[in-house]
Design a protein around this ligand. Structure first.
Ligand code: SAM
Length: 187
């Protein structure tokens, strides 16, 4: 599905998701801007968030299952970014991260895999590390309150749920609504 969409240039734009900008500020508060921060982007797409994070001095690992997105990232990102072509469900890594972001992606996983991924995020984060997630919570894997609840052992810095109107896109061209949840939390 995404391979087809990504044949058009930068379909999600080049500006970062606003919540990632907020999360980066939180991360900088914690680390005082003094060291290179290790950040994982799950479902990086064409890297609009990763590009912003790299500009802010982070070392990025991008994971995505779309061959076209990965090709785009490999062509457009510096050599020191780690770009991994695999499903989030199959991603294996012994690294630990200062921040893990995932925007508009985790709702594509099955419910059980979503919760497994939340647990893996918790394990992969360093103490004091930040998780930043946006995902749909409507007719998909998880329901209202469940994202916040999954991270109730973290310090919740931001949590909101909202119904947004999507003007339409290839595959669903008519305007439609989604319920979205947004979370920033600190381990
Ligand atoms: C809506 S896009 C969002 C991309 C990016 N996070 C952004 O906000 O611009 C969803 C991305 O998740 C990827 N994706 C969907 N399911 C995935 C999975 N199970 N494992 C890895 N990537 C996945 C798609 O290939 C796509 O690039």
């Amino acid at each position: 599905m995404f391979d087809k969409l990504y044949r058009k240039e930068e379909i999600f734009g080049t500006t970062p998701s606003p919540i990632v900008v907020v999360a980066m500020k939180e991360l900088k508060k914690k680390w005082n801007g003094n060291k290179i921060l290790n950040v994982l982007d799950l479902g990086a797409g064409q890297g609009r968030n990763a590009a912003f994070l790299a500009k802010n001095g982070c070392m990025i690992t991008c994971v995505d299952s779309s061959e076209i997105a990965i090709k785009y990232l490999r062509e457009n990102f510096p050599d020191d970014c780690k770009i991994i072509h695999c499903k989030i469900e199959d991603f294996e890594d012994k690294s630990t991260y200062d921040m893990i972001v995932s925007t508009a992606t985790l709702h594509f996983l099955k419910r059980e895999q979503i919760f497994l991924t939340f647990n893996r995020i918790k394990d992969m984060l360093k103490a004091g590390g930040i998780v930043c997630i946006t995902m749909f919570i409507d007719d998909r894997g998880i329901k209202t309150g469940e994202l916040k609840n999954a991270f109730c052992d973290f310090d919740i810095l931001l949590y909101e749920e909202e119904i947004i109107t999507d003007p339409g896109h290839p595959g669903a061209p008519e305007p439609h609504k989604h319920q979205v949840a947004r979370l920033i939390a600190q381990k």
